[in-house]
Design a protein. Structure first.
Length: 442
């Protein structure tokens, strides 16, 4: 009985924290997001200072490691992995530090620290990431280490593998994103990839396809577009278009060309084969119990949670600050995204979308930040067009101010230009479905 409890109790707490939604302040969200919101609201005024300090400290230690190789860092696998990074990521961390300092003290060119560029990152997004990473990192071991994913993997492999070419356990990543936040899904995926549970191809597919926008943020988008009266059809359209994209994208380049090999510093930790004369549930339960037994000490679990938090704060946030600010500067102060959206004008016109020229500007700008299409499209008169803009922006998934930056800052083997291609693929795949649904609804 004890071995069952060792699996059931921590996994149940993990499910409650990450997957079961609760009402809070008029929203439906998960407890981890509620805890994060409480911290964020309580320390709003100091979090930009705290996170600028974290970014500066991270960059200084990275520079020291790069040029002097301190023994204390070198002998610790965790610290070595965190601070001994490639030259590319060193440059990104330095840029993140420069952007953060300039934004905090508002000096230098205003286009770097304005409220729509660096200010949006440092004062709006990064405080959210600080609090989400704090609780998600601490409590992730409850989902990862006590057998829940082993059970789900055995039960759902027959669905996830043929449809999406993924292990069954990846369903938990999707649920955590959908009910909580896309960042949580990326963190779950990155951790399991580093531990040897996903191949390179599987990890990138999950990170770019299943780190879906949360229900809560979808409500924010639809409210800004003044479409609250059609939330049901709006979300149904997102689900249908998202599933079609999730079915197609893994079967075409660049995702289909990712190698089915595991992380260089990890051994394969997953076996989906089912022994004879047993059911998927029995096998999954047995695997879950064996996994739970590996946790000999809760101190080790707590230490792993703290390392998760430090890895997210110091490894990811400087990259998000650098890449997110750069993307927003391009979106705000150059006509790049306007020109990139022009090819969509004839396509939108062909599909009989009103105000096609205005709508075309929103088709690509979401790559910088998911909320930008809603801001640009909110002044459009046609409800049908605003509906299309909102649905497309949510289903595109990859935006550099958050999920895109997280993906590049993680260990997942995906490059910037590949994210651009996947973003465009998702746009082209989902747009006709969304427009068709919009014509049916309106």
């Amino acid at each position: 009985m004890q071995e069952y409890l060792q699996f059931i109790l921590p996994s149940f707490i993990g499910i409650v924290l990450f997957i079961i939604p609760f009402p809070f302040n008029g929203e439906i969200t998960i407890p981890v997001a509620i805890l994060a919101k409480l911290v964020q609201n309580s320390f709003t005024s100091i979090l930009p200072f705290v996170m600028t300090g974290v970014i500066v400290l991270t960059t200084i230690i990275t520079l020291l490691v790069k040029f002097s190789k301190p023994f204390l860092i070198e002998r610790s696998p965790f610290l070595s992995k965190l601070f001994d990074v490639s030259t590319t990521w060193l440059i990104a961390r330095v840029l993140g530090m420069i952007f953060a300092i300039m934004t905090l003290f508002q000096f230098g060119p205003s286009w770097i620290w304005s409220e729509n560029t660096g200010g949006l990152l440092l004062y709006d997004l990064i405080p959210v990431l600080f609090s989400v990473f704090l609780f998600a990192g601490l409590f992730l071991p409850l989902l990862l280490n006590f057998g829940l994913l082993e059970l789900c993997g055995a039960l759902l492999t027959k669905v996830m593998r043929p449809l999406f070419k993924l292990p069954g356990r990846s369903s938990i990543d999707c649920l955590a994103s959908w009910l909580g936040d896309g960042t949580i899904g990326v963190l779950l995926t990155n951790k399991q990839y580093e531990d040897g549970y996903y191949t390179k191809r599987e990890a990138v597919i999950i990170g770019t396809t299943f780190s879906v926008v949360s229900i809560t943020f979808t409500i924010v988008v639809i409210t800004y577009l003044n479409l609250q009266n059609v939330f049901g059809p709006f979300y149904l359209t997102i689900v249908i278009a998202g599933l079609v994209a999730a079915f197609i994208c893994p079967r075409i380049p660049p995702l289909s060309r990712k190698p089915d090999t595991y992380y260089e510093h990890a051994e394969k930790m997953i076996d989906e084969s089912l022994p004879k004369n047993t059911t998927h549930f029995k096998w999954g339960l047995n695997q879950a119990i064996q996994q739970a037994k590996k946790n000999k000490s809760y101190a080790t679990v707590i230490k792993g949670g703290i390392q998760n938090v430090l890895d997210m704060w110091m490894g990811v946030i400087p990259i998000v600050m650098a890449i997110g600010t750069a993307a927003l500067i391009i979106a705000e102060y150059t006509p790049v995204f306007k020109y990139l959206g022009m090819p969509f004008i004839p396509l939108l016109t062909l599909m009989q979308v009103p105000e096609a020229a205005a709508a075309s500007q929103t088709m690509v700008v979401g790559f910088a930040d998911m909320f930008l299409p809603a801001i640009i499209g909110s002044s459009i008169e046609s409800e049908l067009t605003r509906f299309v803009i909102g649905c497309v922006s949510v289903t595109q998934l990859i935006y550099m101010s958050e999920v895109g930056g997280l993906l590049l800052g993680s260990k997942l083997p995906v490059r910037f230009f590949e994210l651009v291609i996947i973003f465009l693929q998702r746009t082209i795949i989902t747009l006709p479905i969304i427009v068709l649904m919009a014509h049916i609804i309106f």
